[in-house]
Write a protein that binds this ligand. Structure first.
Ligand SMILES: [Zn+2]
Length: 80
């Protein structure tokens, strides 16, 4: 199952349920991030985030799960 890393910071984003559905061309991770974020929350690079699906630029966690993605918390990536 394809993994999407949940990088949403609810305090910055204003919501923990909806975010930008993007892939970083630098670290090649697929993630859901704070809406409008310009840098990759995982590798810190700017202007490397690309939309995964033009029909779902903003997406909810529930929609991702419904589409068959496994949504995993960012903390699990940092531990490895
Ligand atoms: Zn990155």
């Amino acid at each position: 199952m394809e993994k999407v890393i949940n990088c949403i910071d609810p305090e910055n984003n204003g919501s923990s349920e909806i975010g930008d559905f993007v892939k970083c061309v630098e670290c090649e991770k697929t993630m859901i991030t704070d809406i409008g974020l310009e840098h990759c929350p995982l590798c810190g690079e700017f202007d490397k985030l690309m939309w995964v699906n033009d029909d779902y630029r903003e997406i909810t966690i529930k929609e991702l799960i419904k589409m068959g993605y496994e949504v995993i918390p960012e903390i699990e990536i940092r531990i490895k």
